[in-house]
Write a protein that binds this ligand. Structure first.
Ligand SMILES: Cc1ncc(COP(=O)(O)O)c(C=O)c1O
Length: 386
């Protein structure tokens, strides 16, 4: 091969994903039950699909306005007010993105300069670590407490003059943790006291169990100016392939994002925005039955794993459970490789979610109850061999 000049260091040196390896092992095997996927398994509401199709039939196949179509921005202004208690002006404070993922990229692109520090509780969603690497940030990874709550004292102690932002994701992927109002308020106080930004990834806001409640930090006193609220169509409407998400933030931030958006992606799928618009008009009670079914799965996963001897924190939100496996004497990576080979269950090793989860696994319970039950039976067979 011809020797070429080197490729992007920032990207090549970013931590490597182990998920690929796992799914390569699963490729072509029909017997595999996957607990790996972060994708709800119910059907996308028909209204969303029709909204998208009708837009295409009306030949809406040309560029959308960079920040998104006005009808959708207006609908989101009203959703943010009624659901999240966040007051926005749609023309200034909202931008549509290509999924929650790109909404996150916009957040990183708009506030950070190389060398800035970002504080993240760990374990946490994998993309935060990659984005930080791509944007030249130093990640200050604060280990979560044993019950996966944030270590607020350590967060406070880790602030330096380079700290630019704290990132929170509640309810959380991968731990299933959901912040209490008290914890959120403590984090908000740190943000205000040190003149920081708060990136709040709220894509799982609807997936909450027992008595957990979601509070958007941007709704708290003096926090709208400091908060970048990230959300998406993906999880609530089981529409991960629509690739529609959004950001709410102050005007300076949104204007900066608009510039980046313009010159990197030009905008977001035009017709799909009409799909999201129609989805937002559906009464939210459509989700009641779905949440009930997720709750059953959560309890099944929690009970079975506990009985099998895993140390498990009962998830309060999202659709993931993160058992600790120290007692089995294997790392998460070894466990997931071996259970895939021996029992055909795909489970993500904990180490991809940060530096403190080598002896953990992440399982998604966004799968039918019968399959989940069968997966638990296979896990039981596997752990008996250890
Ligand atoms: C915490 C978190 N944020 C953002 C995303 C990205 O969402 P989207 O599929 O809308 O890009 C995900 C997807 O799994 C997630 O778990």
């Amino acid at each position: 091969m011809v020797k070429m000049k080197e490729l992007s260091n920032k990207i090549r040196n970013a931590p490597k994903s182990k998920i690929r390896e796992l799914f390569d092992l699963a490729a072509g095997r029909s017997d595999v039950i996957s607990l790996g996927i972060g994708q709800p398994d119910f059907s996308t509401p028909q209204a969303a699909i029709e909204g998208n199709i009708n837009a295409l039939k009306e030949n809406i196949t040309y560029y959308a306005p960079t920040k998104g179509i006005p009808e959708l921005l207006q609908q989101l202004e009203s959703k943010l007010k009624s659901v999240n208690n966040i007051k926005t002006a749609w023309k200034d404070n909202i931008i549509i993105a290509n999924g929650g993922s790109q909404a996150l990229s916009l957040a990183f692109a708009s506030i950070f300069n190389s060398g800035d520090e970002i504080i993240i509780s760990s374990p946490n969603f994998i993309s935060y670590f990659y984005l930080s690497a791509f944007f030249g940030l130093r990640v200050i990874e604060i280990e979560r407490k044993n019950d996966f709550s944030p270590d607020i004292t350590k967060i406070k102690e880790s602030i330096t003059d380079k700290t630019k932002a704290i990132l929170i994701n509640s309810p959380n992927n991968p731990t299933g943790y959901s912040l209490t109002t008290k914890e959120l308020r403590e984090i908000v106080e740190i943000v205000k006291a040190h003149d920081l930004y708060l990136i709040s990834d709220e894509v799982y806001e609807n997936y909450l169990y027992d008595d957990s409640k979601h509070t958007s930090p941007a709704s708290l006193k003096d926090m709208f100016e400091r908060t970048i609220t990230i959300n998406a169509m993906s999880k609530l409407y089981s529409a991960t392939g629509f690739r529609i998400g959004y950001v709410a933030a102050n005007k300076d931030i949104i204007d900066t994002m608009e510039k980046y958006h313009q010159y990197t992606v030009a905008g977001t799928n035009h017709a799909a925005q009409y799909g999201f618009l129609e989805a937002l008009k559906i009464d939210i009670s459509f989700f009641d039955e779905i949440l009930k079914s997720f709750d059953e799965r959560r309890l099944l996963a929690y009970t079975r794993l506990t009985e099998l001897g895993f140390e498990v924190i009962k998830p309060k939100g999202a659709f993931y459970i993160m058992p600790k496996i120290n007692e089995f004497g294997l790392t998460g990576a070894e466990f997931s490789k071996r259970i895939m080979k021996n029992q055909a269950v795909a489970i993500v090793p904990g180490n991809i979610f940060g530096s403190y989860s080598e002896y953990m696994l992440r399982m998604s319970y966004a799968t039918k109850l019968e399959k989940l039950e069968e997966a638990m039976n296979r896990i039981e067979k596997f752990v008996k061999t250890l």
